[in-house]
Every structure is written in C-alpha cells, then in structure tokens.
Design a binder for this molecule. Structure first.
Ligand code: SAH
Ligand code: DHB
Ligand code: MG
Length: 222
C-alpha cells in the first residue's frame, strides 16, 4: 500500500520534472534487454539530485563505485565541465561492456572511464595514477564493502570532498537484528565505522519512492 503510494508520487513528480531523455531511457532498456535487475539503478529523481549536488559543489573529478549499466554515471557525468573526469568502477565484465556502450550512446565517453574489476583491487591503481583527490565520490556497490570503501574514499579525497553512500537503510533492515545477511551486517559495520571517523562529518537520510524505503549517507571530508 505505502510502496504503491510512494511510486505514484514519484510517477507524478517524474511526469512534471523529467523530460524524455533518450540516453537515460536507452540505459534502462538495455538493462532490461541484458536481463539485469533494473531496480538497482537510482531513480531519475535521485539521479538528478546527485547531479545537482555535484553541480553545487563544482565537482571536476568524480569517482563512482558500482556502475551497473551507467545510469547514475550519466547523471553525474552531465554535472561535469568539459575538462572534467568521472571514473567508475564495476566488477562484472559484461556490465562494463554495456555501460561503456551506454556512455558512448549518451555522448559522454570523453568524460567517463569505466574500470573493470573489484573496487578493492582497483583503488591502489587509482591512487598511483595520480588522479586523486576526487571532489565527489558516489559509493553504490556491494553493501558489505562499504566500511572499506569509506577508508579508500578518505585516501582518495581532500578536505571538502563530498561522499554519498547509497542504499544504507534497506527497508529498515539495518535495525532488524534478526536479519543477518551480509548486506545487513556489512551496513551495521559500516555505520559503526562511520561514527568513529574524525575526518568526516556526516548525516544519513531515509528516503521513500519508486525504489522503496531506503536512504543515503552524505559525508564531507574535514
Ligand atoms: N550506480 C548504479 C547502480 C549500481 S548497482 C546506478 O545507480 O545506475 C551495484 C553495482 O555494483 C553492480 O553492477 C555490481 O556488479 C557492482 N559491484 C558489486 N560489487 C562490486 C565490487 N566489489 N567492485 C565493483 N563493483 C561492484
Ligand atoms: C540494491 C542495490 C542498489 O545499489 C540499489 O540502488 C538498490 C538495490 C540491491 O542490492 O538490492
Ligand atoms: Mg544504489
């Protein structure tokens, strides 16, 4: 019942504020065609929110962890100036291939690099490449890795870097202590860890909408 209402409200808002967008629609269609779960991508309203945060911040270098088919990647890349860069990390090779095609279709290949592999294996290469510090970091991969991703985000950042971590509430599952899936235990470890970070100031907001009840953390490096 409530989920239906949240979706109806998102539909209403999308109808008013989200003009037809062939590049983004192409991502969702190719996601379905590839048999990938489309609900993993952020909603259009959330994508716009991420884009606006990056714009407000004047981000020139963005790091994303978890590309899937490139939906959030496109929203974020469109926030960049022409000399900006977005690096997105994706573990599944077929997702990488699909996302690269979708980024090409969107005309954003000059701004976006998708790196294939598990994030924890790629971070050292990124550190050595000298591209850091990033201005904006969007963390949206396996939730069991969020604790480690916070540490790497700190290593690859500067004072003022904005960090967003998606899907940290999972329908309230984080406080259902009978639920001990890797996602939930990983998210609880993440929150324990976040609370101890002296170099981050953060807040976490719950959200409802077409993606259900979830939420995100907003953190800024001090
Ligand atoms: N950000 C995307 C959705 C990402 S879904 C969007 O909103 O459009 C999560 C993605 O993280 C999946 O594609 C999954 O393959 C990837 N992933 C999972 N574990 C990973 C890891 N260890 N390193 C990199 N990517 C990972
Ligand atoms: C899941 C992952 C996501 O990144 C998301 O936005 C929604 C759901 C998931 O693993 O179920
Ligand atoms: Mg997500």
């Amino acid at each position: 019942m409530s989920e239906q209402l949240w979706t109806a409200v998102d539909d209403y808002l999308e109808a008013h504020f989200m003009p037809a967008d062939p590049a983004l629609e192409h991502v969702l269609q190719t996601t379905l065609d590839a048999g990938l779960p489309p609900h993993l991508a952020v909603s259009s309203l959330q994508g716009k929110f991420l884009q606006m945060l990056a714009q407000i911040h004047g981000a020139k270098k963005i790091l994303e962890i978890g590309t899937l088919a490139g939906y959030s990647t496109i929203w974020l890349a469109r926030a960049l100036p022409q000399d900006g860069r977005l690096i997105s990390l994706e573990a599944v090779p077929t997702n990488v291939t699909l996302a690269r095609k979708n980024i090409e279709f969107a005309g954003l290949s000059h701004l976006v690099e998708i790196h294939a592999g598990k994030a924890l294996d790629i971070f050292p290469e990124i550190e050595q490449s000298g591209i850091a510090p990033f201005d904006f970091i969007f963390i949206d991969a396996d939730k069991s890795g969020y604790k480690d991703y916070v540490d790497w985000a700190l290593k690859l950042s500067r004072p003022g870097t904005v960090i967003i971590l998606d899907n940290v509430i999972r329908g309230g599952g984080i406080v259902n202590f009978d639920n001990n899936t890797r996602t939930m235990t990983g998210l609880r470890e993440y929150f324990e860890h976040l609370a101890q970070q002296k170099k981050l100031t953060s807040t976490t907001l719950q959200t409802v909408g077409c993606k259900g009840h979830d939420g995100f953390t907003l953190a800024v490096v001090l």
